[in-house]
Write a protein that binds this ligand. Structure first.
Ligand SMILES: [Zn+2]
Length: 212
């Protein structure tokens, strides 16, 4: 991911209405550290010049301060070797569900997209703190996404397109779960149902002849 790719990814978050104004940030693993959007950057005006290169201890180059959530991104890159790109948003349905201190149970087979039977919700901690970073890293371990209580969501992928698609799908699933909850008690899928969905997801979307 170039700096321009990251700026474009942050703009795409705005276009998908996953974040408003400056309440979202994106990063990509780069060498032994990462490149991350600068703090306070708006999704509608971001450029490649607003991307900061830094290590996982907080040392950065250039004149812009990195996102206030850089420690959360750094912690996730360190526990999830598969994470190449990270997207963090305050999208409406994810925030609403996170304010119940709940993640997503296996109410829909598409939760398999995130690598397990559920999407956990990290306990609340003040934004930008090492405590929030530790909570997020624990909640996302073994998954590609988690909610952050009273805050939003964070997800990762092997590339920018996948990370963005996961954020869009997580927001959709949070919205659908809240709709179902409002209609009545939600019956969740069984462990066997979710295992079958996970097995299908291992090859989902691949065309014949593509490498697995
Ligand atoms: Zn945030």
């Amino acid at each position: 991911m170039t700096d321009q790719d990251l700026a474009d990814l942050l703009r795409d978050l705005g276009r998908h209405r996953l974040t408003e104004a400056n309440a979202g940030n994106v990063s990509a693993r780069r060498g032994a550290g990462m490149a991350i959007s600068a703090t306070g950057i708006r999704t509608d005006t971001v450029t490649a010049a607003d991307i900061v290169t830094m290590d996982f201890a907080g040392k950065f180059a250039g004149g812009w301060l990195p996102s206030s959530e850089w420690a959360m991104h750094a912690a996730i890159y360190q526990v999830e070797p598969a994470a190449r790109v990270i997207v963090h948003t305050h999208s409406d349905a994810a925030v609403a569900l996170s304010c119940l201190d709940e993640g997503l149970p296996p109410f829909h087979y598409m939760l398999a997209e995130f690598g397990g039977h559920d999407v956990r919700c990290a306990p609340y901690a003040t934004f930008g703190t090492p405590q929030l970073a530790a909570h997020a890293a624990a909640a996302i371990e073994g998954r590609s996404a988690c909610l952050l209580a009273h805050h939003g969501m964070i997800c990762h992928g092997p590339d920018g397109r996948t990370a963005l698609t996961r954020a869009v799908k997580l927001e959709m699933l949070c919205r659908q779960y809240l709709l179902a909850r409002a209609a009545g008690p939600v019956r969740c899928l069984s462990e066997a149902d979710m295992e079958a969905a996970l097995a299908r997801y291992a090859t989902y979307g691949q065309q014949p002849g593509q490498p697995t």
